[in-house]
Design a binder for this molecule. Structure first.
Ligand code: ADP
Ligand code: MG
Length: 250
């Protein structure tokens, strides 16, 4: 079967006042339908740049991105995105933030929203404003909003990077739980190797700038994965291997 998402020899550079920056260099990557891929690399290695290209938000300067076999010219309707900052609309309540993607695609269904809020543990906070929520709760709203359309592709850029360790662990389990329901294809950027291994079917590592793909690790840990496995022996073995390639490329 044709991969859902393909990057073919993608390079991109930015022109900045301080000089030109080659952000990513000759990146090729194929992501299968339903696959959960984690992208790990040092800060500045072009992870966000690559994710923006996969979302149709940025056109690659060289090479091309194919989604369902077609070049990606704009953000497709069937993708969901989540970022490190929850990027909620401050004047909208929890329920109205989550429902936003449904309004845009014209199939607003309150039952879906209520079920999603329950799934992320926000029942009872429907009418709260983002400013009234903790960081962890805001990130739950952001996750609910990214998933409400049942996207075929989910792009996540360090979504839990600003949360403390306990909360992050909790959100990891929640994400896996939600992912198991519909199994969208996921591209998850993180610099936490343990998080990458625990979540993903495959961990892709990137070199320091200009970002290139330097490693590809299939994580053969059975699912569903339990919380206790996060710090277990098998995760740790992969973490060491991934760490080693990153360390060598420094
Ligand atoms: P990462 O997400 O891995 O930290 P980014 O993709 O954000 O890396 O950035 C890769 C490189 O490209 C960095 O050196 C960054 O400063 C530069 N860069 C990213 N976006 C822009 C932009 N809009 N203009 C100029 N330089 C940029
Ligand atoms: Mg980034």
């Amino acid at each position: 079967m044709q991969p859902l998402l393909i990057a073919e020899n993608v390079s991109h550079h930015f022109r900045a006042p301080s000089g030109d920056v080659l952000a990513v260099r000759d990146i090729s990557l194929r992501v299968r339908e339903g696959e959960f891929v984690a992208l790990v690399g040092p800060s500045g290695s072009g992870k966000t740049t690559l994710l923006r290209m996969f979302g149709g938000l940025l056109q690659p300067e060289q090479g091309r991105i194919l989604y369902k076999g077609q070049p990606l010219m704009e953000p497709p309707a069937d993708i969901g995105m989540a970022f490190q900052k929850p990027t909620l609309l401050p004047w909208r309540s929890v329920v109205d933030n989550v429902r936003l993607p449904l309004e845009i695609t014209g199939r607003d269904d309150y039952a879906d929203v209520a079920a999603m809020l329950e799934a992320v543990g926000l029942t009872g906070f429907e009418e709260s404003l983002p400013a009234e929520l903790s960081g962890g709760m805001q990130q739950r709203v952001s996750l609910a909003r990214a998933l409400i359309n049942q996207p075929r592709l989910l792009l996540m850029d360090e979504p839990f990077g600003a949360l403390d360790m306990m909360l992050r662990s909790e959100m990891n389990l929640l994400l896996l739980n939600l992912w198991e329901r519909t199994r969208p294809t996921v591209l998850f950027v993180t610099h936490d190797i343990q998080e990458a291994v625990f979540l993903a079917d495959r961990v892709v590592t990137m070199s320091p700038r200009p970002g290139r793909v330097i490693g590809n690790f299939a994580v053969e840990i059975p699912r569903p994965r339990a919380e206790s496995e996060r710090y277990g022996q098998s995760v740790q073995e992969y973490v060491e291997r991934v760490w080693h390639t990153l360390e060598q490329a420094r």
